[in-house]
Design a protein around this ligand. Structure first.
Ligand SMILES: Nc1nc2c(ncn2[C@@H]2O[C@H](COP(=O)(O)OP(=O)(O)OP(=O)(O)O)[C@@H](O)[C@H]2O)c(=O)[nH]1
Ligand SMILES: [Mg+2]
Length: 413
């Protein structure tokens, strides 16, 4: 039977999964599905007498909710002699949605082959149960919204389900002058290709506009164009926005963090300008409340290139390529400490952390560090639920998501 659906739904639910290893080449010990980095073991269908696992299948009593941009994979653990050895089979979730919308799925199953392994993912659209615990039914997206108030919507996982209900998205305000690298940073941090709608020109964005990406709907972005020296209007707009969001009733509507982006100045330039100082002063004086503000110093790689260019022959004589790289990094970090980190700490104090970033792949860990700093502050100053959403929304470091789900589990009764 074809799926019969012609439009692309906002969500699909995964109601079960089957993995067939019956072709002889693999020696699989166990497997799990991983949605947004949160693992769930596939345990049914094991035949202990058979030695190695030939088939696994799992039916989820509470189907897992799949959004279009969610990372979804199956992890296979090889037999014990290769302890800790695993292999991830990633699914292209956009393709899953496409296949559903095209009506090409047989029996509502999305099938994928990986070498000699066959995986079938059973899907339902907007699965709901009745409060009486009756059978699973299917509903249109509109119906599902109505059912939400009176009936239980089936969700991802007991733990993440609870988090999504309390705080459906990580809400962040990104401030920075045009060209400092806001959109590029968001794209890398949250794994999206376009952070802002294409009809919006730089500088025209309204701070109240909620940008939600189809590729990752776990975060909502507000955007502001930074502070020009001597111009007080934008400081006022941002302050009022933060105060307005602070008064909102639900955690999901409140702002969870601010990234104030500043491009690392070229040698001799000042890191803080008057408008930025005015904003940081507000934060320091408590006028913005608890909202975590992280200063993000962008385009670190440009500074590395600059230091590299200033090296003299005598500095690098006899050094290997790696040693030259280390030397450049040490010099850059020492200079940036003196010209950026120190003045920032002196002005902003220890309550306003900073992180340097670059969107170049080799500096990926810098964005992971920014996420980690942000997550810690959100946890301390906003709410643990929002900090878990910070980790779930990011797409830089899968380990953070697992940590988030484990930590969240300890909050539950
Ligand atoms: N070298 C380098 N270039 C970067 C980095 N981040 C962004 N860029 C480049 O800087 C330019 C501006 O980046 P955007 O992300 O569009 O800047 P923005 O702050 O969103 O600018 P507006 O949308 O105009 O406000 C682009 O050409 C990016 O490719 C980085 O880490 N290193
Ligand atoms: Mg932009």
């Amino acid at each position: 039977m074809a799926s019969g659906s012609t439009s692309t739904p906002a969500y699909l639910h995964i109601s079960g999964i089957s993995i067939d290893f019956s072709k002889p080449s693999k020696t699989i010990e166990s497997a799990e599905v991983r949605l947004c980095g949160v693992p769930k073991a596939i345990v049914s269908g094991r035949d202990a007498s058979a030695g190695t696992v030939k088939k696994l299948h799992e039916k989820f009593d509470r189907p897992m909710k799949l959004s279009r941009g969610d990372p979804f994979s199956v992890r296979l653990y090889k037999k014990r002699v290769f302890m800790n050895k695993h292999e991830d089979i990633n699914f292209d979730t956009a393709d899953v949605f496409r296949a559903w919308a095209n009506g090409t799925l047989r029996n509502h199953e999305y099938c994928k082959s990986h070498g000699k392994i066959a995986i079938a993912v059973q899907l339902v659209e907007n699965a709901v149960t009745s409060t009486s615990g009756g059978p699973v039914s299917q509903a249109s997206p509109e119906q599902a919204v109505t059912f939400n108030s009176s009936e239980e919507t089936l969700e991802l996982h007991p733990t993440t389900d609870e988090i999504f209900r309390i705080c459906p998205r990580f809400r962040i305000l990104v401030i920075g002058k045009t060209g400092v690298g806001k959109s590029s940073l968001i794209n890398h941090a949250f794994g999206v290709q376009k952070a802002l709608a294409s009809n919006e020109q730089p500088g025209q964005a309204d701070i109240d506009t909620e940008h939600i990406s189809q590729q990752n709907d776990k975060f909502v972005l507000h955007d502001s164009q930074g502070f020009e020296p001597g111009e007080v209007d934008n400081v006022k707009i941002v302050r009022e926005f933060i105060q307005r969001r602070k008064r909102m009733e639900t955690l999901g509507d409140r702002l969870h963090a601010v990234w104030l982006c500043i491009e690392i100045p070229r040698a001799g330039g000042r890191v803080l300008e008057v408008g930025t100082e005015d904003f940081l002063q507000l934060k320091r004086d408590g006028a913005l409340g608890n909202i975590p503000v992280v200063v993000v110093l962008t385009k670190y790689d440009n500074y590395i290139d600059h230091v590299d260019r200033t090296l003299k022959d005598i500095d690098v004589d006899g050094l290997s390529d790696d040693a030259v790289k280390d030397l450049v990094k040490q010099r850059a970090d020492a200079e940036l400490h003196a010209t950026c980190a120190q003045p920032l700490m002196t002005f902003a104090g220890s309550d306003i952390p900073h992180a340097m970033v670059s969107t170049k792949e080799i500096h990926k860990e810098m964005i992971a560090r920014l996420i980690q700093i942000t997550e810690e502050r959100v946890c301390q100053h906003v709410a643990s639920e929002a900090s878990v959403m910070t980790s779930i929304a990011q797409r830089v470091d899968p380990k953070l998501k697992i940590k988030a789900s484990i930590e969240w589990a300890s909050f539950l009764p």
